[in-house]
Write a protein that binds this ligand. Structure first.
Ligand SMILES: Nc1ncnc2c1ncn2[C@@H]1O[C@H](COP(=O)(O)OP(=O)(O)OP(=O)(O)O)[C@@H](O)[C@H]1O
Length: 219
């Protein structure tokens, strides 16, 4: 499913022009990195791409649907539910539920049904099958990060979006998580956009964008 970010601008009162006419696109199934230092607006751009924040100007189109525009109201819910898998920077797993129940809940909410085979496959691939009954606070940081990836993938998204998915990891685990995201996105035929400040991830991607001082450029 194609992603088009068209001339998006966003300011926050004391932070004018966090995004200043940002345009970028991903073809169906394409994988890319969004690079930028801390505070450059990566999370803001991802939130707008996911329809979780509205831009001041411009729009985001996923497939045929506008998910974000200054006027957008509820359209984002439907595109998010049917098409997106999101790995949040703060993971956002439900702490009262086991890892398996977190994945089942995501499938119920987004797809309306539970696919246990796909859950088992993802848990296996991410090497956390033996932690399926643990609750999020019983997981190590790396296991929780992989759990958040599993939750985004088990909904069979058409576009997988990950915000700093390797921020808390050492370099060995950073590379492993990047490779897993790439492999998991391919396994469900999804496009992939990873926001990170970690330039070491560049070698895994043939397409990258650099966000700096409100502007975006291919790099
Ligand atoms: N809700 C908000 N209200 C006001 N300012 C905000 C808000 N959200 C973000 N900002 C500011 O906008 C700028 C961009 O923040 P954002 O979180 O998008 O950057 P980032 O590149 O994702 O940073 P990091 O890599 O540290 O997570 C920062 O200066 C931040 O303080």
């Amino acid at each position: 499913m194609q992603l088009v970010v068209d001339n998006v601008s966003k300011s926050y009162g004391a932070n004018p022009a966090v995004l200043n006419g940002v345009s970028m696109s991903l073809l169906e199934g394409e994988q890319a990195l969004l690079l930028g230092p801390s505070g450059s607006g990566k999370s803001t751009l991802l939130n707008i791409i996911c329809g979780l924040q509205r831009p001041d100007k411009g729009r985001v189109v996923i497939g045929e649907q506008v998910i974000s525009s200054p006027e957008s109201k509820s359209t984002g819910d439907e595109v998010r539910r049917t098409s997106l898998g999101i790995v949040f920077q703060t993971l956002r797993l439900v702490s009262a539920l086991s890892l398996r129940a977190n994945l089942e809940l995501a499938q119920k909410l987004q797809k309306g049904r539970v696919d246990r085979d796909l859950i088992d496959q993802c848990l296996d691939r991410l090497a956390i099958a033996d932690r399926a009954d643990a609750r999020p606070f019983e997981l190590s940081q790396g296991e929780a990060q992989r759990a958040a990836i599993a939750r985004a993938v088990v909904v069979s998204p058409q576009l997988l979006i990950a915000d700093e998915p390797t921020s808390a990891l050492d370099s060995g685990n950073t590379e492993r998580v990047a490779e897993l995201l790439i492999e998991m996105a391919k396994s469900v035929g999804a496009g992939l956009l990873i926001a990170t400040h970690d330039e070491r991830l560049g070698r895994f991607f043939s397409k990258s964008f650099a966000l700096n001082q409100g502007e975006i450029n291919p790099c």
